[in-house]
Ligand binder design. Structure first.
Ligand code: PLP
Length: 367
């Protein structure tokens, strides 16, 4: 069976360095908020070209705590896309803030300057943009500029865009702050849950640092409300420091696989993503078709797994429907993409032969 992802290959290829890193932590007897986390925070900030990185327990906490540090409060409206798996909406609901959903472009699956302007001009407190599937939002520079002029904080959700670059600048360094997830399947993934907030602003970094540990300014003194326990542990930090130097090569291999798919998939009913000039990192390779179930079934008959990222727009999620604005217009492109998207296997350890089998699988589909 061709799986969508294969973490055991990644772990197998790096077993010695993983074991050495874990042994080092175990021998040190220091398991939470110690030297390994400080090292990873320094390494990752440097890699991105940012000033500060604050490690957290996961990427959803990173969105929430970054927004709290950006002064988003209960009742505030925050702009976000609705085609990115509910993560930002979940973070907003934890704060008691409300999403104002913005649409995305059919070709890039990402939001646009026009949509962000619409939200900012309607009075949102902050904007979250998601660099989806590994592609930096194409108009990110203009979006950052517009938000800065309007004094509306911009958070970049980079959970699917570790290492992606535009004109040499890494995802996560355009806005006021950025959130990352290091969930195991991410381009930079731990061996469990982990996340981080990255920023150039020392005040935001300090606030997130307090929010991740009960709101303590100093031990047992709480000056910051809205806090929790959200720490990235030493073992995960040590493993992430081992994986970070491998990230650029792994991303290059993902790009190569995506390039093969985009040049070799030829089917009248399948739209493959265009090839991008910028350095995108192919976190997911997502095609579109109006007969998604049939294509998914066809691939399964050839032992090829696929998945849907994501089938339900946030505003249609049953658990959240009652909290959402009834006057909200439907987002046409988001609706269409949720009906049509299908993710194909795409991960660095995939062989050329496996990629060729997936291409054959798609091209042989008789609709
Ligand atoms: C775009 C996006 N944002 C946020 C998250 C949340 O990260 P986590 O699962 O670490 O909470 C994820 C990953 O699952 C994601 O893909």
């Amino acid at each position: 069976m061709q799986q969508l992802n294969d973490l055991s290959s990644k772990v197998g290829n790096n077993l010695t360095s993983i074991k050495t890193a874990i042994d080092r932590v175990v021998a040190s007897g220091w398991f939470v908020l110690g030297p390994e986390l400080e090292r990873f925070e320094r390494l990752f900030a440097t890699y991105l070209g940012a000033e500060h990185c604050v490690g957290l327990a996961n990427g959803t906490d990173a969105i929430e705590l970054a927004l709290r540090a950006l002064a988003v409060n209960p009742g505030d409206k925050v702009a976000t896309v609705a085609n990115a798996g509910m993560y930002t909406t979940t973070a907003l609901s934890a704060i008691g803030a409300r999403p104002l959903f913005i649409d995305v472009d059919l070709g890039t699956h990402n939001t646009t300057l026009a949509e962000v302007m619409r939200a900012v001009d309607s009075g949102v407190k902050a904007v979250v943009i998601t660099h989806l599937y590994g592609l930096i939002v194409p108009e990110i520079s203009q979006i950052a500029e517009y938000c800065a002029v309007k004094k509306v904080p911009l958070l970049e959700d980079c959970a699917q865009a570790h290492g992606a670059r535009m004109n040499g600048q890494r995802a996560g360094t355009f806005g006021d702050a950025a959130s990352f997830s290091f969930y195991p399947t991410k381009n930079l993934g731990a061996l469990g849950d982990a996340g981080a907030v990255v920023t150039d602003n020392a005040g935001i970094a300090q606030k997130v640092g307090h929010l991740r540990q009960y709101g303590w300014t100093t031990k047992y003194r709480v000056d910051t409300s809205g806090a929790r326990n959200s720490r990235l542990d030493e073992i995960q930090a040590a493993v992430l420091s081992e994986f970070l130097p491998l990230l650029d090569d792994a991303n290059a291999r993902r790009r190569e696989i995506a390039h093969r798919y985009s040049t070799q998939i030829e089917h009248p009913a399948v739209i493959a993503p265009q090839r991008y000039d910028q350095e995108y990192v192919a976190h997911l390779y997502v095609v579109r078709t109006q007969s998604r179930d049939a294509l998914q079934h066809h691939l399964l008959t050839r032992n090829i797994a696929s998945a849907v990222h994501y089938p339900i727009p946030d505003y249609r999620q049953p658990a959240f429907a009652h909290t959402l604005d009834e006057s909200m217009p439907l987002l046409q492109n988001t609706e269409q993409l949720c009906r049509e998207v299908l993710s194909l296997p795409c991960y660095p350890e995939m062989t050329d032969k496996e990629v060729a089998e997936v291409v054959k699988g798609i091209n042989s589909w008789q609709i």
